[in-house]
Design a protein around this ligand. Structure first.
Ligand code: ATP
Ligand code: MG
Length: 391
């Protein structure tokens, strides 16, 4: 294993944000600091469009730090680097030490150099030439290939000399908290955690709402959603999870509304509760894990009827995705194994035999009249919510 003295982080898109750039950078630095806290003491600072992450204690788990940084939105590349004195001899020595364990006979390499410190006496092409020469001198049986090398040795001359060969792809996106807040309706399924991840990737902080129907849904089902929120928070940062009892409303719908409209009415009332919570928490939009045609309640017509229940916009980042594509992301972000645990959800316990796939809004509104003044029940459910802060 190569020695890691510090980690350089490169950010892409946020560098384009003109006057907002300092705000984005400050948020990114804050997010990085709070994610690394669980590992130990790190210094995190920004200089010349690069963030420096430096261990401030001995024996910190740098692999864990790399993994954690790989889950912070806004970072494009993660480079674990060796640090050395800022003179060409020291840089050459560090480069040899850095690459020696990677080489075997017949391998090829090239050197790329960046000179951020313009007072350094050599320009980049010369640094490449000299460092390349030192590597060739020190290690037998290798050669230079500038077009298609096995290994690229990066040299950066900043306030110190830095040498590295690994450029790990970051999570991309924008720092969470730079694009407002939205409320995700979080079930225990595969889709909604992925939807939350995708919105959060664009810099949006999350509030989450989960409906449970005790005793029809078990404590295990609730635990599962808490676990999912924890897994999501590795990417999405802090999430306030509102767990709202839905049994009373659901039983009321079952008793008073036509069976083929149960699901769509249930979803409309879920939306209305989520919207109230969203507004109360200063969040501007709702998010679901729906995708067109996945089930009866997600036909175009059903989605239109669901949207009509609320004034806040409903964002559905998975709208055009196939299940297989959603599963791939869910495996990547680590929620899949939890999502497929077989605990019931309140949407799955009372499923009509013949749900309407082309619901008619006027008929739904008429059917909902049987519920009387439902507003009271919606507010009552919110009063009984349990709020967990997930980090
Ligand atoms: P997933 O629940 O992950 O979408 P699914 O396909 O089983 O899997 P549906 O039952 O079709 O989900 O629900 C569609 C969307 O409605 C979910 O993505 C989620 O945003 C929301 N939803 C469903 N059940 C709940 C629940 N119990 N609490 C909060 N939101 C829910
Ligand atoms: Mg779904």
């Amino acid at each position: 294993m190569q020695k890691i003295d510090l980690i350089l982080l490169k950010y892409g898109e946020i560098a384009l944000k003109g006057l907002n750039k300092p705000l984005f950078e400050a948020k990114l630095v804050d997010n990085i600091k709070s994610r690394l806290e669980k590992i130990g003491k790190f210094g995190v600072r920004k200089s010349q469009s690069t963030i420096y992450v430096e261990p401030l204690e001995n024996g910190l788990d740098m692999d864990e730090a790399l993994k954690t940084l790989g889950q912070v939105f806004g970072i494009v590349n993660i480079c674990p680097v060796m640090k050395c004195e800022k003179d060409i001899d020291s840089i050459g020595k560090a480069a040899v030490e850095c690459v020696r364990p990677l080489f075997s006979k017949g391998k090829t390499f090239k050197v790329e150099a960046k000179r951020e410190d313009k007072n350094f006496p050599m320009k980049s092409p010369e640094i490449c030439r000299v460092v390349g020469g030192k590597i060739l001198e020190a290690i037998d049986g290798i050669s230079v290939d500038v077009h298609n090398p096995d290994i690229t040795v990066n040299v950066e001359v900043r306030q110190d000399g830095f040498v590295y060969t690994r450029k790990i792809k970051g999570a991309g996106g924008m720092p969470v908290g730079t694009n407002g807040k939205a409320t995700i309706l979080l079930s225990g399924g595969i889709d909604s955690p992925v939807a939350g991840y995708m919105i959060s990737k664009r810099g949006v902080a999350l509030e989450a709402v989960h409906f449970h129907s005790h005793p029809y849904t078990s404590d295990r089902a609730k635990e599962k959603v808490i676990d999912l929120a924890k897994q999501m928070s590795a990417y999405c940062g802090k999430i306030r999870l509102h767990i709202v009892p839905f049994t009373k409303i659901q039983l009321d719908i079952i008793e008073k509304c036509p069976e083929n409209y149960l699901t769509v009415i249930m979803r409309r009332l879920m939306m209305r509760i989520a919207e109230k919570i969203s507004a109360k928490e200063g969040s501007a939009a709702l998010i679901t894990g729906e995708s067109i045609g996945q089930v009866a309640s997600q036909t175009m017509e059903s989605l239109v009827c669901t949207d009509n229940a609320v004034a806040q916009p409903v964002f559905r980042p998975l709208i055009g995705m196939d299940k297989e594509e959603i599963v791939t992301i869910s495996k990547k972000i680590g929620t899949y194994e939890t999502s497929i645990l077989p605990y019931e959800d309140c949407c799955t316990i009372f499923v009509p035999k013949h749900p309407k796939t082309k619901p008619v809004l006027a008929e739904i509104i008429e059917a909902e009249k049987a519920l009387g003044d439902i507003e009271v029940a919606l507010n009552e459910a919110i009063e009984q919510e349990e709020i967990l802060v997930i980090k």
